[in-house]
Design a protein around this ligand. Structure first.
Ligand code: VGL
Ligand code: ZN
Length: 216
């Protein structure tokens, strides 16, 4: 992957995606080694004046859960009105321990917690658009009003919510950097390779947390 050192400063924001118990070992949709991102993200946050967190936040019986589709199993794909949707184990149900942010996540400079996936009828991988790719969450407007120009993306999972968040941030006109060692992937049916190709095709650099320093 492309690796470019970064001086972090004004206009930069850290976007921490879905570092929640259900995506960590022991959770309902555990990402392998998912909790390993916590110390990396915590120290990364020290380089930034501003951070935003996202939280996958589904109502019970959400349409992205295999349990909501008779005869379907997790990790199968179904056709929804808005396009193909991977079915997941029940996860990140609102107000459950699994939906809570990882208890060791420590980002005192976070200024917004954006919840997504709360509409029962539609999933939302990206922090910017729901999975119809048309319904905005409002995050782009928030970032523009706050004069953010570059978004560093970290968290879970690299090949789903981090990927679509990074792509949409790029499409919205922000500079985007993925901090790869502050992410972990689900890697389902080639999804990790697909994510890497999507980043490369858009010129979205993937860097290591160690490449960043506070400056500018
Ligand atoms: C995610 C699958 C379902 C993620 C969320 O955070 O990457 N993946 N819901
Ligand atoms: Zn989800």
């Amino acid at each position: 992957m492309v690796s470019k050192p970064g001086q972090v400063g004004a206009g930069d924001l850290l976007l921490v995606v879905d570092v929640q118990n259900d995506f960590c070992p022991g959770g309902r949709l555990a990402v392998p080694d998912g909790d390993a991102v916590v110390p990396v993200v915590n120290s990364l946050a020290r380089h930034f004046e501003r951070a935003v967190l996202t939280q996958d936040w589904h109502p019970a019986g959400h349409s992205s859960f295999a349990s909501a589709h008779a005869g379907r199993q997790p990790f199968e794909t179904v056709a929804m009105a808005y396009g193909p949707q991977t079915l997941w184990p029940d996860h990140c149900v609102q107000n459950t321990a699994g939906a809570a942010l990882h208890p060791a996540l420590d980002i005192p400079n976070s200024q917004l917690l954006l919840r997504k996936g709360w509409d029962p009828a539609i999933d939302s991988y990206s922090a910017f658009f729901e999975n119809d790719r048309a319904t905005p969450t409002g995050l782009a407007g928030y970032l523009r009003e706050r004069a953010v120009t570059r978004v560093f993306v970290a968290g879970l999972a690299l090949d789903y919510c981090v990927r679509y968040t990074a792509e949409d941030a790029h499409a919205a006109g922000f500079e985007v950097v993925v901090v790869e060692d502050a992410c972990r992937a689900i890697d389902l049916g080639g999804s990790l390779d697909a994510a890497r190709r999507a980043f490369a095709a858009r010129g979205i650099p993937c860097v290591g947390a160690g490449d960043l320093s506070r400056g500018r």
